[in-house]
Design a binder for this molecule. Sequence first.
Ligand SMILES: Cc1cc2nc3c(=O)[nH]c(=O)nc-3n(C[C@H](O)[C@H](O)[C@H](O)COP(=O)(O)OP(=O)(O)OC[C@H]3O[C@@H](n4cnc5c(N)ncnc54)[C@H](O)[C@@H]3O)c2cc1C
Length: 448
Amino acid sequence: MKHNNHESVELPCEFTHASRRDFLQKSILGTAGLGLGMMASPSSAQADARDPDSELVFRTEEPDVTHTVDVLVVGGGTAGTIAAIQAARAGAKTLLVERGAQLGGTLTTGGVSFPGLFDAWGRQIIAGIGWELVKESVELDGGSLPDFSQVPARHWQNQVQVNPFVYAMLAEDKCTEAGVEIAYYEFPQTIKRTSEGWQVDCAGFGTKRHVFCKQIVDCTGGAEVVGMMNLPRLREKETQPGSMLFSFNPHNPGRGRGAPLSPAGGRVHYVHGADSSNSRTVTAANLTGRKNALDFIRQNPERRILHMQPEASFRENYRIQGETLIAVDDYRSGGVFDDAVCYAVYPVDLHTRTGVVPEPLENGIIPTIPLRALIPKNSRNIMVAGRCVSSDRLANSGLRVQAPCMAMGQAAGATATLAAKSGKTPLDVPLDDIHSLLNAHDAIVPGF
Ligand SMILES: Cc1cc2nc3c(=O)[nH]c(=O)nc-3n(C[C@H](O)[C@H](O)[C@H](O)COP(=O)(O)OP(=O)(O)OC[C@H]3O[C@@H](n4cnc5c(N)ncnc54)[C@H](O)[C@@H]3O)c2cc1C
């Protein structure tokens, strides 16, 4: 498909399904030319066509959708939802492409509905759009918020119990209100550089969408878009296990320590080797997670499963190699980066085959996240937010939790918007402008 304003240079892509699609189209046309030739008018091209000779039923291609936006956010999870709302509220025309059926990602679909940590050492350190959603979800659901002026004995006691169903609805409502367009069941297939930014061709069932955008924010968890662009990503041979969450108690969302994890009957089964990279690895994780649960109830016939998440959840796969990398020493020391855009607090929390022993940060330490850790090295017009932040593995085990993911999402959404408006790449956007925009949208910016 040709567009006059957009000169395209094909980037080397890690995966593109174009050749397979071409093959399928050619095969269909090759065997079905007769049947298609018999179709009465162009308007019937969207209907099913029956070949009288072969008795095969063909479904012809749906029309392509073309979309021009300032900011494309890929992945509507913990970070991506916030990135999209921030971009749209700051005036960017924003499209949010999500492969699943709802917003929230690991917080909703994964069942980890107890985001942490918005506070440290007796004060709130992360606010802004993520906090707005969490707080309003709790209020709408009649739940209660922790008292951040109290330093709890255990870090998780200040995680917020959120009803994930309310959160998913509210996230959608806030996106719509801000003007974010949402495309569910879609994912990028090919990406090309254009004179103004990117052409990202997305696929969904019955949909082919050509997106022309100035900036991309990759919030897929494992930096899938960055991988498609062949920009460097980091991953160790062994990664933390994922989990399948289910419960033997009636689900009581937003209460207790998150129903599936509550001591009274909740189960979190590790899924070793769980990898969120693609549909094959996610399928494998779901199969393993459900098989483990099935084995468990076969061995415990007195137990009844009353709640189960539809998908496994993932702690780790790829992180980006960014313009800078947060090392665990940076994280543990709490040094403020020159280009810090938000805080992040959590113990170093590396899960292994045998479990996890969280290593709390020393009293008073509040790590920060620099803008350059959200920008893939040597890239232009792309950022990330979420657990794929540029960091070593141990630092990442603390940075990956939900409140910092939301704060990163807001910082990336703000920066991408400023970049799109000024025709700059994110690295060249003045830090003061980013800080001012974040501050205007109620985010807490280190040192601002
Ligand atoms: C079992 C478990 C327990 C945890 N416990 C805690 C806890 O107690 N407290 C806490 O704060 N954090 C916890 N975490 C960590 C935290 O939940 C995650 O690290 C965080 O939610 C990740 O956010 P994200 O935005 O990076 O990714 P996600 O929230 O996973 O969002 C990624 C989104 O991108 C979509 N996507 C992926 N690929 C594509 C694609 N190619 N195209 C379109 N869309 C795509 C996905 O469908 C998803 O919606 C836990 C995690 C796990 C797995």
